[in-house]
Design a protein around this ligand. Structure first.
Ligand SMILES: Nc1nc2c(c(=O)[nH]1)N[C@H]1C(S)=C(S)[C@@H](COP(=O)(O)OP(=O)(O)OC[C@H]3O[C@@H](n4cnc5c(=O)[nH]c(N)nc54)[C@H](O)[C@@H]3O)O[C@H]1N2
Ligand SMILES: Nc1nc2c(c(=O)[nH]1)N[C@H]1C(S)=C(S)[C@@H](COP(=O)(O)OP(=O)(O)OC[C@H]3O[C@@H](n4cnc5c(=O)[nH]c(N)nc54)[C@H](O)[C@@H]3O)O[C@H]1N2
Ligand code: SF4
Ligand SMILES: [Mo]
Length: 754
């Protein structure tokens, strides 16, 4: 039967009556697999993988537990399906269903009144992972006049983008193909975090016997397929990288011709690396000298080597920018920049880039100066963005997305909300995020959000964060809205497609919310020319020459990588070369060459019976995604309790067996986890993050279990107190979700959670 159903034209949504097929996308992770939906009278009744559209791969879809849940997700009565307005005390868990018009009229009026009283900077926004199209939020803020969007950028994505731009003049993308001779995976575990073609490529390389090196304190599923596993003590990565640099030099592995012509500062870098002999690295990091030597030999061999880094090094406070600088230098001295099989320098998109869509140029200079980062963070500011833009623009007028790279430190927003210093932040809109569970220092986040005058959550679910809102507004999700994923607009790659159906219930897209709110706040229709997101995305893609239907048909726009493009225009840095010694960073208080920073020593716990260990948080695990999908009963059955992982030796030392309960404590609080024993570095505990319990009572004080098993009860959201602060970095503002002191003790068993 299914073969006879007519496929609607690309870019069209099926008519309200009859049965149709339509090509659309899953969006339960950033990967956007193509799906063909069967739609009857506007309702999706069946889904199957769509082999015609990128990034189709049978094994990816077969291995993915999520895409089949799309239909139930569309129909779910447990989602937020109507605009909700708080009645009673904040957090009381009592809501009244209201119309969109009533909600938007009230929100816009209250926002304008707060702006009148405190200035536009009194509005902050919070965003999260790559779930949504964020530029409409940024455009609204630019036109409203607030510099205060906060996100997770400081600990995800930004450090890499910043440091690649600082070192190479623009970010690079890995180029893993048939000529790749070796692969380094540094602080990333694609086996759990990226069930995609990338993970398949890693497995393929391993099967061919090519060197795959994993740097991770845990022997992850990725480490298990690798040829070499380096297991540093958490946070000691810059030492490992400098050791590799020194050893590559010692092994004669430097591509001297490339360095002479295209790099500056080699001598300075070599001098900085000189003390980090393999023996010294072993003492400082625990990585055996012979393993370091073997890992360096991969770089020294002359074959193209690709390096992909992840969250494990993005969340190390002041060592984060250092480790990024060091791995950028490692690529460069071995000639692995803009080289086939290694990586390529990306280019500005052909389509309209994020930096223009967000209309950052419209944020007035006096409002830029009010950014809450000002005075505490040096580089991740408008000044920093303007300075790097002067350089990046040397090649093709490239500019990085301003809003991400100026996003403010959440700790500053919470402080401003609670104390009014440096000015009161009284309103918050959250979009695509759940800060009460995913941002650092849950107690602080709670108290700050609870203190505000106006809180609006754009959500699918009544999350713990949404439970503190004045309004929770129902957002359209995958299959209900068009998608365009663009990697922040730093590459000429876009993928996505049209929705399969109109939104169910009273859901609307985030775009509709921001545009409607903007117009009600007096923003000009000329600044919001497109009535819906499809039209806006068609406009975005127009410069490629592809009409929206053509784009939807292909599901992908990508220009093939060009290698050695620097031969034409050099690198967009101060010197025009790759800066092994940075001319740019000292302008913002940063180091010229990578410099490992000391982290706090471990301290014994306050009570007898606790043992000091190093805590790492947030290692990814399927089937969940951050704080999402915990409402899914079959997922919960598959993975019912959050784990704290220990090495066998550490477990033995603490007297722990698999399945025991432990209490992990820090200066911020304590949380209990279930013990799992696995191969990893000794004296470390790794705890899962994202846990809350959608089935538990909503509202204060429990907020659906938001404080019970939530790793961020343990973490801080430290605002840097100067350049030597071990807790937070003062250039970008990176705080620490990893490599921090904690104590652990065995706890009494809990009743079953199955
Ligand atoms: N299933 C699932 N997939 C996800 C997500 C999810 O929550 N669940 N989240 C998505 C998001 S937002 C992101 S940013 C990506 C992240 O994707 P990845 O970067 O691949 O994240 P992880 O899988 O946690 O891998 C990070 C690894 O770093 C290691 N690590 C911890 N501390 C250190 C350290 O000090 N040094 C080194 N070298 N390694 C360290 C951890 O042990 C862990 O194995 O995943 C995305 N995909
Ligand atoms: N301790 C610790 N904390 C961490 C990390 C860690 O490793 N350790 N990792 C950090 C990282 S890398 C990241 S990226 C963050 C992730 O943190 P978040 O992005 O806050 O986490 P999610 O659970 O993915 O939150 C997404 C929320 O947005 C909603 N949502 C999904 N799509 C849309 C949409 O299109 N529109 C709207 N309006 N809402 C939508 C979902 O219902 C969900 O509630 O967590 C960070 N926090
Ligand atoms: S969850 Fe991600 S990998 Fe799975 S089908 Fe959806 S988009 Fe693809
Ligand atoms: Mo992330």
């Amino acid at each position: 039967m299914s073969d006879e159903i007519e496929l609607v034209a690309p870019g069209d949504v099926p008519p309200a009556e009859g049965t149709w097929k339509v090509r659309s996308n899953c969006h339960f992770c950033g990967y956007l697999c193509g799906l063909t939906a069967t739609v009857t009278d506007g309702r999706v009744t069946d889904l199957e993988p769509d082999p015609t559209r990128y990034p189709y791969d049978q094994s990816v879809l077969a291995g993915c537990p999520r895409w089949r849940t799309n239909i139930a997700f569309l129909e779910s009565e447990d989602r937020v399906n109507y605009p909700l307005k708080r009645v009673g005390e904040r957090g009381s868990g009592r809501w009244r269903r209201v119309g969109w018009d009533e909600a938007l009229a009230d929100i816009s009026a209250r926002l304008l009144a707060l702006k009148e009283r405190y200035g536009a900077e009194t509005l902050a926004t919070a965003i999260g992972g790559p779930h949504a199209t964020y530029w409409p939020l940024h455009r609204f803020l630019s036109l409203f006049g607030s510099p205060n969007n906060m996100g997770i950028g400081q600990i995800c994505w930004n450090p890499r983008i910043w440091m690649e731009a600082v070192t190479y003049g623009w970010p690079v993308a890995p180029a893993i193909d048939e000529v790749t001779g070796g692969l380094f995976l540094w602080g990333t575990n694609p086996a759990e975090s990226d069930n995609s073609l990338f993970w398949r490529a890693i497995q393929g390389m391993a099967r061919q016997g090519l060197p795959v090196v994993v740097v991770d304190p845990r022997e992850t599923r990725t480490a298990r397929v690798a040829s070499l596993w380096l297991a540093p003590k958490p946070g000691t990565d810059p030492v490992v990288a400098l050791g590799l640099i020194r050893e590559v030099i010692a092994q004669g592995g430097v591509n001297q011709a490339f360095v002479d012509q295209w790099c500056s500062g080699f001598e300075e870098l070599a001098q900085q690396a000189a003390p980090y002999t393999p023996q010294r690295v072993e003492e400082l990091t625990g990585v055996p000298a012979e393993k370091l030597v073997a890992a360096a030999a991969v770089w020294s061999s002359g074959v193209p080597v690709a390096l992909v880094s992840g969250r494990g090094i993005d969340q190390l406070g002041p060592n984060t920018y250092q480790i990024h600088r060091a791995i950028n230098c490692l690529r460069a001295i071995t000639g692995n920049v803009d080289r086939d099989g290694a990586c390529h320098l990306m280019t500005k998109p052909t389509f309209i880039p994020e930096v223009e869509l967000e209309m950052s140029d419209r944020l007035a200079p006096e409002q830029r100066e009010k950014s809450l980062n000002r005075g505490v963070i040096s580089l991740q500011t408008w000044e920093g963005w303007e300075a790097i833009s002067e350089l990046t623009a040397k090649v093709g007028g490239n500019r990085l997305p301003a809003r991400y790279l100026t996003s403010v430190h959440p700790g500053r927003v919470w402080q401003a909300a609670l104390t009014g210093d440096p000015y009161p932040v009284r309103a918050l809109v959250t979009m695509g995020c759940n800060p009460l569970v995913t941002y650092g220092d849950t107690r602080l986040v709670h108290d700050a959000i609870a203190s505000m005058d106006l809180v609006v959550a754009l959500e699918y679910h009544l999350t713990p964060t949404a439970q503190l809102a004045d309004y929770v507004l129902p957002m359209a999700g995958a299959l209900e809205r068009p998608l365009l994923q663009v990697d922040g607009g730093v590459a000429d790659v876009a993928y996505g497609g049209e929705r399969a159906c109109d939104p169910y219930f009273e859901r609307r897209s985030d775009y509709d919310f921001w545009r409607d709110l903007g117009l009600r706040c007096g923003q000009s229709p000329e600044d919001w020319p497109d009535e819906d997101l499809s039209a806006a995305q068609a406009r975005t893609m127009a410069p490629t020459g592809l009409a929206w239907d053509e784009f939807c048909n292909a599901g992908l726009w990508a220009t093939p990588p060009v290698y050695e493009s620097y031969k034409e225009h050099g690198f967009a840095t101060t010197t025009g070369k790759i800066e092994l010694a940075s001319e740019f960073l000292p302008r913002f208080g940063g180091d010229r060459v990578p410099t490992p920073k000391q982290l706090e020593p471990l301290a014994p716990g306050p009570d007898a019976g606790t043992v000091p260990l190093t805590l790492i948080t947030g290692a990814r695990f399927l089937p969940y995604y951050a704080s999402s999908y915990f409402e899914n009963p079959s997922f919960r059955k598959r993975h019912p309790v959050p784990w704290a992982e220990f090495s066998p030796a550490t477990a033995a030392r603490l007297g722990l067996s698999e399945g025991d309960e432990v209490e992990v404590g820090t200066a911020h609080g304590s949380v209990r986890f279930s013990v799992r024993i696995t191969s990893m570095v000794d004296d470390v505990v790794s705890v899962e993050y994202g846990w809350w319990y959608p089935e538990k009572p909503a509202g204060e004080p429990g907020l659906s279990g938001a404080f019970e098993r939530n790793a961020n009860v343990l973490t801080g959201c430290d605002v840097p107190q100067g350049p030597d602060d071990p807790k937070a970095d003062s250039l970008i503002g990176t705080w620490r979700y990893g490599a921090q002191p904690c104590t652990v003790r065995k706890a009494a068993p809990r009743p079953s959670e199955r």
